[in-house]
Ligand binder design. Structure first.
Ligand code: PSU
Ligand code: MN
Length: 312
């Protein structure tokens, strides 16, 4: 862990703190997908399965959340259960919300942007999630661009994911990542995965084929002065992936419904994901769960390889 003392409101669990100070592998996990992204009981099952997948790779999971004025890095099963409880209104914290929500107390989940901020403070270098937020379709008039992109540009972590959610404008999201200096590296793929689908048809300039190769790229990227984050993207599990043309109609309908409602701010992403799960008869939900667990597993493998790879 870093030499600078951590603020009293940041609580790193004993297990995570011990792993970090020994230089062992740790993977940060977000909690918005538990509280807002997935319905009960799949949310708790997925949170536990993601943690188990990280452990299976030989790394320590650190699920991040806010509870009673404390930012927790390394949630215990009780906290995961509270975040997953149906019917409780849990705040969704992006990075900008951390100060006000910590001051207010209570329970809040963390999105990718807030998780990156807190994980970086703790000295964690790998995070895994399903898909990052990005530029929404229609952003030219709605201005809806996820603050995940800002956080990725700023925080020095590798984020393992299946690209950005296909409900987004993927070419525009890739442009912003390029402008903000965030490399996108394909894991065993030459094209950007589209979350629910294997392939977005958008080419990637970098590719790695095993965790050791990925670790070298990440370690070198992070050692460059001023570097922010890096995305390591892998397609969703092949047996669960949904062909893009099948998805397209459901997505346009869900996006139109969100605009008609109207839903805004942090409610947009959960609203659209919920509509898709219904329209697809649960198929989007199954692939979402499958890819979250697969990315947690790869995050663990990457963190283990990074811990044992020398860059100089
Ligand atoms: N990936 C998923 N499910 C989710 C999310 C990502 O598979 O629910 C969440 C993440 O927490 C991400 C957030 O940071 O959606 C983006 O929300 P917004 O578009 O409001 O920035
Ligand atoms: Mn938004």
């Amino acid at each position: 862990m870093r030499g600078i003392p951590l603020p009293s409101w940041l609580h790193v669990s004993a297990e995570v703190a011990a792993a970090l100070s020994d230089g062992r592998a740790v993977v940060a996990l977000e909690s918005s997908l538990i509280a807002q992204g997935l319905p009960s009981p799949h949310n708790l099952e997925t949170a536990l399965a993601a943690e188990a997948a990280v452990r299976l790779s030989g790394a320590i999971p650190a699920t991040v959340a806010l509870v009673d004025g404390t930012a927790v890095v390394g949630s215990d099963p009780d906290l995961l259960e509270r975040l997953a409880e149906p019917g409780t209104a849990i705040a969704k914290a992006a990075a900008r919300d951390l100060g006000p929500l910590l001051a207010a107390g209570g329970l809040a989940s963390t999105t990718v942007s807030a998780t990156l901020r807190l994980a970086a403070m703790a000295g964690i270098r790998v995070m895994a999630t399903g898909g990052i937020g990005g530029v929404h379709r229609g952003a030219a008039w709605s201005y809806d661009v996820s603050s995940d992109l800002e956080a990725l540009a700023r925080e020095p972590l590798a984020v393992v994911c299946s690209g950005a959610k296909s409900i987004l404008d993927l070419p525009a999201t890739m442009e912003v990542l390029e402008t903000r200096g965030v490399p996108v590296v394909g894991y065993r793929t030459d094209r950007l995965p589209a979350f629910y689908s294997t392939d977005s048809n958008l080419p990637l300039t970098h590719r790695v084929d095993d965790p050791a190769q990925a670790a070298r790229a990440v370690n070198l990227h992070l050692s460059l002065p001023g570097s922010g984050g890096l995305l390591l993207v892998q397609p969703p599990p092949a047996e669960l992936a949904i062909p893009a043309d099948e998805l397209d109609l459901w997505i346009s309908e869900a996006v139109a419904a969100a605009a008609a409602e109207p839903v805004s701010g942090g409610a947009v992403t959960p609203f659209i994901l919920g509509r898709l799960a219904v329209a697809s008869d649960g198929r989007t939900l199954r692939v979402n769960i499958g890819l979250i667990v697969a990315n947690a597993r790869l995050g663990g493998e990457l963190a283990v390889a990074m811990a044992s790879t020398l860059t100089d």
